[in-house]
Design a binder for this molecule. Sequence first.
Ligand code: BGC
Length: 520
Amino acid sequence: MAGGAIVNTGGGKEYPGKLTLFVFLTCVVAATGGLIFGYDIGISGGVTSMDSFLEKFFPEVYRKEKKDTSTNQYCKFDSQLLTTFTSSLYLAALIASFLASAVTRAFGRKWSMFGGGLVFLVGAALNGAARNILMLILGRILLGIGVGFANQSVPVYLSEMAPAHLRGMLNIGFQLMITVGILAANLINYGTAKIKGGWGWRISLALAAVPAGIITLGALFLPDTPNSLIERGHSQEAKEMLRRIRGTDDIHEEYNDLVAASEESKLVKHPWANIMQRRHRPQLTMAILIPFFQQLTGINVIMFYAPVLFKTIGFGDNAALMSAVITGLVNVFSTLVSVFTVDKLGRRKLFLQGGFQMILCQIIVGTLIAIKLGTSGEGHFSKTYAGFMVFFICVYVAGFAWSWGPLGWLVPSEIFPLEIRSAGQSINVSVNMLFTFIIAQAFLAMLCHMKFGLFYFFAGWVVIMTTFIALFLPETKGVPIEEMILVWKAHWFWSKFISDDDVHVGNVEMSSGGKSKSVV
Ligand code: BGC
């Protein structure tokens, strides 16, 4: 096969080359960009449940919580002001991801990661030292900018660096780091909540500097991707990089395809106008709906509010924080399942299986709560009963952790042609952040009004998204990233949007069945 590429059944070529230690290490370092996002997701819920923090920055909320004698479990923690603290970061990230798109395209993926890490670092310092609400909010905005930049650049970097047949595994390193960040934050909160002097929250917030330091320093040592080097006119460097990351001299086929992709990309002066063209409708649809659906699984209800949720069902403070640690552990280990299966089973099977698992668990959890609290919200859970609930919540988290969690970042990062990849990824990040914001902001009010029905509400959404995947998402495993157009062209629905002229990748010809047949 030397000197040429072969076609795989998924509809693309396979280039020569193997997984080198070099590409593995660069992907591990880049994936640590996920730590800052994860740390933040995990830390805010715990901090906002600490009395000393509430007393200092949200005295009203604190007083209300202490005075609250209502017995309605569903409405105990409903406070818009408090949720604004958690969710403000996501608005900043939403806006920053658009800025990051231009930086990532013009200066390369690595500088977006570096910049994101640096801004996040300043935000962590400001938050740890916060004396007033202004410092707190300003810090949150800087953290959000950091997350926007990192989430925009890291997934794209990983998908471009990885050899096609291992792209899923290497890209999911990002989600794995998100889950590690969440778990680390849960553990830290568990420890700092016990600090007597009332300054535990400072440690929790300031320690965000650790993951920020890792990605900032790490990014300095990272090479840029061949795709980005070619796009920015460094052809020779790109060739050497490709040789190095593929561990072979036989890179001409892949190199030529990257150059062809870059030539096309140069014709595009306005990626934002280009992305609106009819032929990009399938990718645009996915870039909007995948992150939207990911948030509508309801996962962040658990990630942000696990301690509050567990308190609601009658756990003590300690047990509530401990349960958050348990779901955090399940999240990390279940993500590993997708790391090792995504390139064998493919994306679709994981999406569908994970979806079914989540639907079942949400119905069970909603029903368990309905039986005990009914619509009045009055009642208590026995230890065994609460144990059951935690178990099904864990099975739900596991389902998410090997489906929508990692795939929500992997799939959008691998489906765009080069010329609109940065813009497409910004749409993905911003839709994700927008709905993370909305869910974070609305959850406590929704729990108060929809009661146990909230779990049925999310189950309904998972039914919709699972059906959507079954009908509209083609399998992308193993297909080289610059040839993804073949996959859309072969799809029963999306092929209508792509004319034959749109397909001119390498020497691949389309057969009538839509599968690519011949190359070289
Ligand atoms: C999502 C986050 C979520 C996390 C949980 C990520 O993929 O984007 O919103 O909190 O997974 O592990």
